[in-house]
Design a protein around this ligand. Structure first.
Ligand code: FMN
Length: 362
């Protein structure tokens, strides 16, 4: 049925499809629907409190007994930079004034990396799968997640990152191509050098050649053709984000949905002005006028609390000018249908595409 069943065996799946964790845009209903349909549903936990994460896991378990994935960020906390923060807030000053929004007194918060508290939560919840973005947590925490019986996935944006992750004992590699919506998972090199921007078509076979682990391709995958292409490149499965934003279960507002529905490949740009790290989304006003890449943007995650009051004030007026509209280059391929139907449809289309290729060959 599938060219490589290692991922199905490893994660106990029926179809090799992972719904990408999408902090702020996924939902327990989305994850449960995908898991029920035989894929792997995921919750991006970066913006959730421990209580919210626990509640999300409970809701998923009420709906399905299939495996699901909790995803965490593993960034290093930035050094305090009050001068840089002041300068950035001054740069955004005209926008605060225009929107009559209160600028924050300083920059703090944003997103917390995986830590002792979140690790204890994982030990209590025991999801079948835990995935990490921006590298791995420190060894002691990683060992505890492994000891809790969770399978571990982590994003790699270069073959070198994939090799390092294999050496650390992860169970599968998520090879994230440059087409991908959301944050670039790059962690081994300074993203400012432009490393970690390798397209899926080039990255996946190089990662497959570099490691023995199953590889999950991600970035720009939105239908059966793109899934079959990644499986032909040697991936054992795929992780799909943007295409699931079009399902009714996704945690995005109607206005946000309408913007996504009009998104074109060329509108999907990589920016650091929303959070401080490179992330791909539909260009909004802040990205167009201040970015998309600004050398003086605060380090991740500190650009986020700077933009938050602008987002809130703009959204109150029905505008998405300051909202992160994370979406990948295949955004225009999105189809609106329930998540379980989309999961089954994607699997059938991929099977058909593989069968057609095999028939053409023989
Ligand atoms: C709205 C959105 C939010 C995302 N948030 C996360 C996240 O919290 N954690 C993570 O590991 N990846 C996150 N990603 C990246 C996805 O895991 C994945 O790499 C990407 O969606 C794949 O590309 P595609 O969007 O073209 O399918 C996000 C992507 C999107 C579109």
């Amino acid at each position: 049925m599938w060219p490589d069943i290692r991922l199905l065996d490893l994660l106990d799946l029926e179809v090799p499809l992972v719904q990408a964790p999408m902090a702020g845009a996924d939902s327990p209903a989305l994850a449960a629907a995908v898991s029920s349909a035989g894929g792997l549903g995921s919750i991006g936990c970066a913006l959730l409190s421990p209580e919210e994460i626990e509640a999300a896991a409970r809701t998923i378990r009420e709906r399905t007994n299939r495996p699901f994935n909790l995803n965490f960020f593993c960034h290093a906390e930035p050094d305090p930079d009050p001068d840089g923060a002041r300068a950035w807030l001054a740069r955004l000053g005209p926008y605060y004034a225009e929107l009559e929004a209160e600028p924050p007194a300083g920059l703090a918060g944003g997103r917390a990396p995986f830590d002792e508290e979140l690790c204890s939560l994982v030990e209590a919840v025991k999801p079948s799968v835990v995935s990490f973005h921006f590298g791995l947590p420190q060894d002691a925490l990683l060992d505890r997640v492994k000891a809790a019986g969770c399978r571990i996935l982590c994003s790699a944006t270069t073959p070198e990152e994939a090799v390092w992750l294999e050496q650390q004992g992860v169970d599968a590699i998520v090879a994230q191509g440059a087409e991908a919506g959301g944050h670039r998972g790059v962690f081994a090199e300074d993203w400012r050098t432009g490393s970690g921007m390798i397209g899926t078509l080039s990255l996946v076979p190089q990662v497959v050649d570099a490691v023995d682990l199953p590889v999950i391709a991600t970035g720009g995958i939105a239908d059966g053709r793109t899934i079959a292409a990644c499986l032909a490149l040697g991936a054992a499965g795929v992780q799909i984000g943007t295409a699931y934003l079009f399902t009714p279960e996704a945690g995005v507002s109607d206005g946000h949905r309408a913007v996504l529905a009009g998104g074109r490949a060329a509108d999907s740009q990589v920016t650091n002005v929303m959070t401080g790290r490179p992330a791909r989304g539909l260009a909004n006003r802040l990205m167009r006028e201040v970015g998309p890449i600004a050398e003086d943007a605060p380090e991740f995650p500190l650009a986020s609390p700077a933009a938050a009051p602008l987002r809130k004030a703009a959204e109150a007026k029905g505008s998405f000018d300051f909202t992160p509209l994370w979406a990948g280059q295949s955004v225009a391929m999105g189809r609106s249908m329930p998540a379980a139907d989309l999961t089954r449809r994607l699997a059938e289309e991929a099977q058909d595409a593989i069968a057609q290729l095999s028939a053409a060959r023989s």
